[in-house]
Design a protein around this ligand. Structure first.
Ligand code: ADP
Length: 297
C-alpha cells in the first residue's frame, strides 16, 4: 500500500497543495461499451447499454440522470459488487470488469453510500482503522497513527476519535466514512448520493469538506447525484445519462477554477452550465415519465 499524504501531515509537513498527491497519475477508469441486463425470472431489464466513459486519473466526475437510468448499476460494476453483461472496465489499464469476470471488490475502489455504513458499536477511530487492520495491511498502531492524522487533517475530527457514530450528526458520520475510505489509499472513491438526505446548510458544509479532501488527495471520484448544483460545484465533468437503458447522453465540462467556492454558484459560467444540464436531464426525465417510470431528476 502506498503512503497516504497524511503521512507527511503526521510528520508535521502540514497541509499539501492540490495536484501534488501520493498516487498522482493513478485512478484512470476506462468504461468501454458496458452493458448490463438484469434477468430475474426472465424479466430482462436492460439497465445499461453501450455505456462508455473515460475518467482521467484524479478526475472528479458527477453522474446525473433520471431515476432508474442505471447510475447505481454502473457504480456497482465499478465497485466490483456486480458483473456486467457486455463491454469492459479497466482501472489504470488493468481489467476490472469484463464478460465472465467474477465481480471483485477491492480496497482500491471504496464506496460511500447515502445511508452510511459505520459500525455503530465501534468508536470513530476503530471504524477508520477497521479496514487496513482487518486486511492486515497495517498494524493496529500504524493504522491508529494514520487514522489520527487523517482525522486531525480533516478539520480537527481527532477530537471525536473516541466517540460512537450514534452520537454524531449525519454530516459528521459521512465525513468519518470518507476518511475511513481514504485510509485504504484507494485509487477511486465511489460516492452514491452521499448527501442526499441532508438539509441545504449541512449539504453545503459537506460540499466544502469534500472539496477540501479532493484538493488534498486528488483521488478519482465517481459521484452520483440528483442535484445539478452539487454536480457542477464539485465535479470537473458532469455526465448526463439517458433514461433506461442507460448510456451517456452528454458530458458537460465544468471549467470553473479550483479551489472551488460556494459563491461560484452565482457566476455566469455556472448558470450557463446549469442551463445545459437542466435541459439534458429534464429531456431524459420526461421520456422516463412518459414511459411510466418515476421522475426524480
Ligand atoms: P438509478 O441508480 O439510476 O436510479 P439503477 O441502476 O438502480 O438506477 O437501476 C437501473 C434499472 O435496473 C432500473 O430499471 C432498476 O429497476 C433495474 N434494476 C436495478 N437493480 C436490479 C436488480 N437487482 N434486478 C432487476 N432489476 C434491477
Amino acid at each position: 500500500m502506498g503512503s497516504l499524504r497524511s503521512d507527511r501531515e503526521a510528520q508535521g509537513a502540514g497541509r499539501e497543495r492540490p495536484g501534488a498527491t501520493a498516487g498522482a497519475g493513478e485512478g484512470q477508469l476506462s468504461i468501454r461499451a458496458v452493458g448490463k441486463i438484469y434477468d430475474p425470472d426472465g424479466a430482462h431489464v436492460v439497465a445499461l447499454d453501450e455505456c462508455s466513459l473515460e475518467i482521467a486519473p484524479g478526475g472528479f466526475v458527477a453522474v446525473v440522470g433520471p431515476s432508474g437510468c442505471g447510475k447505481s448499476t454502473l457504480l456497482n460494476v465499478l465497485a466490483g459488487f456486480d458483473h456486467l453483461t457486455s463491454g469492459e472496465v479497466t482501472l489504470d489499464g488493468q481489467p476490472l470488469a469484463g464478460i465472465g469476470r467474477v465481480p471483485d471488490p477491492g480496497p482500491d475502489r471504496v464506496v460511500v453510500f447515502q445511508n452510511g455504513a459505520l459500525f455503530p458499536w465501534f468508536t470513530v477511530l476503530d471504524n477508520v482503522t477497521y479496514g487496513p487492520v482487518r486486511q492486515r495491511v497495517l498494524s493496529r498502531a500504524e493504522a491508529r497513527e494514520r487514522a489520527m492524522a487523517l482525522l486531525a487533517g480533516a478539520g480537527d475530527l481527532d477530537r471525536i476519535a473516541d466517540t460512537y457514530p450514534g452520537r454524531l450528526s449525519s454530516g459528521m458520520q459521512r465525513r468519518v466514512e470518507i476518511l475511513r475510505a481514504l485510509i485504504n489509499n484507494p485509487k477511486v472513491l465511489l460516492l452514491d448520493e452521499p448527501f442526499r438526505a441532508m438539509d441545504t446548510v449541512s449539504k453545503s458544509t459537506m460540499h466544502q469538506h469534500l472539496l477540501d479532501i479532493y484538493d488534498r488527495f486528488r483521488k478519482t471520484i465517481f459521484f452520483i447525484t440528483h442535484d445539478l448544483d452539487e454536480a457542477i460545484l464539485l465535479a470537473d465533468k458532469v455526465v448526463v445519462m439517458t433514461t433506461r437503458p442507460g448510456t451517456i447522453k452528454m458530458t458537460i465540462e465544468v471549467d470553473l477554477p479550483r479551489p472551488r467556492r460556494r459563491d461560484m454558484a452565482t457566476s455566469n459560467t455556472f448558470l450557463e452550465l446549469k442551463r445545459q444540464a437542466i435541459a439534458a436531464v429534464h429531456g431524459e426525465a420526461r421520456k422516463a415519465f412518459e414511459r411510466g417510470e418515476r421522475e426524480l431528476a
